[in-house]
Design a protein around this ligand. Structure first.
Ligand code: T6T
Length: 316
């Protein structure tokens, strides 16, 4: 019952829950547990996941929490453990709080592959597939510095929640790189609980405290969408350069319309596909790559249409 109430089944890619296999398990079954339901980053990941699982002859199941929260993701992991699939691909919503539940999967002989986010404890997963998020943060800072040019002013980072490995790495990479640009004064990062409304109001408040704000780096989809709203509400679209991360349909529309000046796009479909390939290799006793890095690319209004393969999908 807990599983049913906590889990939201993703159906965007035309699939559903494949029949319960009971406690005996099914080695040729792979489960994806994304960070949150119905979000274009994870939907694109699910598309690659389904494609690769079908090619390998594995049945699939996708179960996602309604919010990006370890308290909602934990009961899903516990339910999946009872069904004992061959492998689980999971995006841990907290790099510490999810370690216990995920370790129980591995202890039960289920192959665990981290997709996108990861645990601090590197001894649990067989493989981790993600963007180089620190490099993504550096790329965001370089891109922002280029957009700001020789103007001088403050720059802000909008982060999601502490303990989200990916966005923490992006913020760290940004901080590392921004220090090389003396015209940019880094005013630090602010957490938004991954809520667009909080991102919007934090931008407005930072503008009031730092009227010389020239740039914002929003570390993911929700923070980027919220930051664009905040700048629009303050009448500062364009005069404050906004670099976002991810490429949801709304973020892409914002880039095209000039509400955002650049996006650092990931390749979530490849994360899902390669995640399955590593999981299947582990189940079948073949060689597994402990770390796999996938592509990142900076999109601006000038070059975005030529890089449209990086736009995220709302359905497969
Ligand atoms: O940026 C992605 C993902 O990489 C991150 O770990 C969490 O946020 C997103 O899902 C976008 O909302």
């Amino acid at each position: 019952v807990a599983l049913v109430s906590a889990a939201v089944l993703l159906t965007a890619c035309g699939g559903g829950q494949i029949g319960d296999t009971g406690g005996s398990g099914d080695a040729k079954r792979v489960v994806l547990i994304p960070g949150v339901a119905a979000e274009p980053f994870y939907t694109s990941m699910e598309c690659g996941f389904r494609e690769a699982a079908s090619a390998a002859g594995y049945s699939v199941d996708v179960q996602a929490p309604a919010k990006f929260e370890s308290t909602l993701q934990t009961p899903i992991v516990t339910g999946v453990l009872a069904n004992k699939p061959g492998a689980v691909l999971i995006a841990p919503t907290d790099d510490k709080a999810m370690a216990g539940p995920i370790r129980r999967l591995a202890d039960a002989g289920i192959e665990v592959v981290e997709v996108d986010t990861r645990l601090e404890d590197t001894s649990i997963a067989a493989s981790s597939v993600s963007s180089d998020n620190r490099q993504g943060g550096r790329l965001a800072a370089e891109t922002l510095a280029r957009l700001v040019g020789d103007r001088t002013g403050s720059v802000l980072v909008l982060n999601t929640k502490a303990g989200t490995s990916t966005t923490d790495e992006r913020a760290a990479g940004f901080e590392e790189e921004v220090g090389k640009h003396p015209n940019l004064r880094y005013v630090g990062q602010q957490y938004t609980d991954n809520e667009p409304d909080q991102a919007a109001s934090k931008v407005t408040a930072t503008l009031a405290a730092n009227p010389d704000l020239v740039g914002v780096f929003a570390t993911n989809l929700n923070t980027g969408e919220g930051a664009a709203t905040g700048l629009r509400n303050a009448g500062r679209t364009g005069s404050v350069n906004l670099v976002g991360f991810d490429a949801s349909p709304k973020q892409v529309a914002d880039l095209r319309a000039g509400a955002v000046q650049a996006l650092i796009a990931q390749d979530p479909a490849t994360i899902g596909r390669v995640g399955v390939e590593q999981a299947v290799a582990a189940v079948e006793g073949r060689e597994v790559r402990r770390e796999v890095e996938t592509d990142l690319v900076a999109l601006t209004r000038d070059d975005m249409e030529a890089k449209s393969e990086y736009f995220y999908k709302q359905e497969c």
